[in-house]
Design a protein around this ligand. Structure first.
Ligand code: 13P
Ligand code: SF4
Length: 352
């Protein structure tokens, strides 16, 4: 649907009034009505780098979800304020690993005598206290665009990896990009004693995968891949690595949101693309490439409901509050947590 012209005008006016005082970051899953006001757009890696580059503005409005805004707060300057236009924009995957659960897991590894050889790696999609936990124990953060490099590095530091919280990104990277077998991966269930695993399973696994997943990407099925291949001859299946292993294995191309966009930019006119990621992005790609046959991989629509919470009314409210000198919805990570989370984030930014 087209954006409300009155709200568009208000957002424009407020942004103009703020001038260089505000910098808007927009994740690729954001609505078009919001993306049009972003100073930069990106996947979570690019947005972290953009925040770390310290845009010269006192207010950073982060159009994305909570863990991304936390990371931006950690990486930006002490005098900069990071704002999330709707505090309810969380990420169900990030919520699947709590600090206490991860501490309990680590205690289990210590009791088994293997904690010294396990390197914790957390996906960007995790809370700041999980990132800090990982930073305190010599681990690293990764995103969907550098997971292989992060795991290569981790396996130089130790013999096993505890991968938080997305089992699919961990498994897909290890199996499809690094040559490990499915049998090298075990899934640790935080709600079961010992993660639901035997001591030997924990000791022998190369990858101890946290039992977390993305509910949006979990919906893409192998049936949808088979169906589209039958219906559209020559179709290219392009999916995000948060999809299940069987889906990613059956796809032609796998990558982050930024990768998906670049792939489409480079695609031949007339080519067909079935895309397995969030719907706002697929819809935008469809509109941007009328000369290509771009379609959503599943039949049912799949927005990320929390990304979608940031809408034009919330953005207008945020910008107009800033014009009045009020700072709404500031995301502040406490200093101790920020320090150790920064250790793990800086390690990611320093990966070769
Ligand atoms: P990207 O890093 O690929 O943008 O992914 C972030 C995300 O939340 C995907 O669900
Ligand atoms: Fe989280 Fe999935 Fe939404 Fe990404 S798409 S923000 S992983 S719930």
């Amino acid at each position: 649907a087209a954006s409300d012209p009155d709200l568009v005008a208000r957002a424009k006016a407020a942004k103009e009034a703020l001038g260089g005082k505000v910098f808007v970051l927009g994740h690729h899953y954001q609505r078009d009505e919001v993306i049009q006001f972003a100073d930069v757009t990106g996947d979570s890696f690019k947005l972290a780098k953009d925040a770390a580059a310290r845009p010269d503005a006192p207010y950073i409005v982060f159009c994305g979800v909570h863990f991304m805004a936390e990371s931006a707060d950690i990486l930006t300057g002490a005098d900069q304020k990071v704002i999330l236009p709707d505090l309810a924009a969380g990420c169900s995957m990030a919520d699947m690993a709590t600090f206490n659960q991860v501490e309990d897991c680590w205690d289990t590894l210590e009791d088994l005598g293997i904690a010294d050889r396990v390197v914790p790696v957390t996906y960007m999609n995790s809370s700041a206290d999980i990132k800090a936990f990982v930073g305190r124990r010599g681990g690293v953060v990764c995103t969907s665009s550098n997971a292989k490099r992060a795991l290569d590095w981790a396996f130089e530091q130790g013999e096993q990896v505890l991968f938080l919280p997305d089992q699919h990104l961990g498994r897909n990277t290890a199996v499809l990009e690094m040559g490990y077998g499915l049998e090298d991966c075990v899934v640790y269930n935080p709600n079961r004693p010992n993660g639901g695993l035997t001591d030997d399973q924990l000791k022998n696994a190369k990858m101890i995968l946290w039992k977390g997943h993305c509910s949006v990407h979990g919906r893409f099925s192998i049936d949808a891949v088979n169906e589209v291949r039958e219906r559209v001859p020559g179709v290219n299946v392009l999916v995000h690595p948060e999809c299940r292993n069987e889906v990613v294995t059956a796809a032609d191309h796998v990558g982050s949101t930024e990768y998906i966009i670049k792939k489409l930019d480079a695609a031949e006119p007339g080519s067909s693309w079935a895309i397995g990621t969030e719907l706002n992005l697929v819809q935008r790609l469809k509109n941007a490439h009328p000369d290509k046959n771009v379609m959503f991989l599943e039949k049912t629509v799949c927005f990320c409901s929390t990304m979608n919470r940031i809408d034009l009314p919330h953005l207008v409210w945020t910008l107009e509050s800033l014009v009045r000198g009020e700072v709404p919805n500031q995301i502040v990570v406490d200093e101790d947590t920020a320090h150790y989370a920064r250790v793990a984030l800086d390690q990611m930014l320093a990966l070769p």
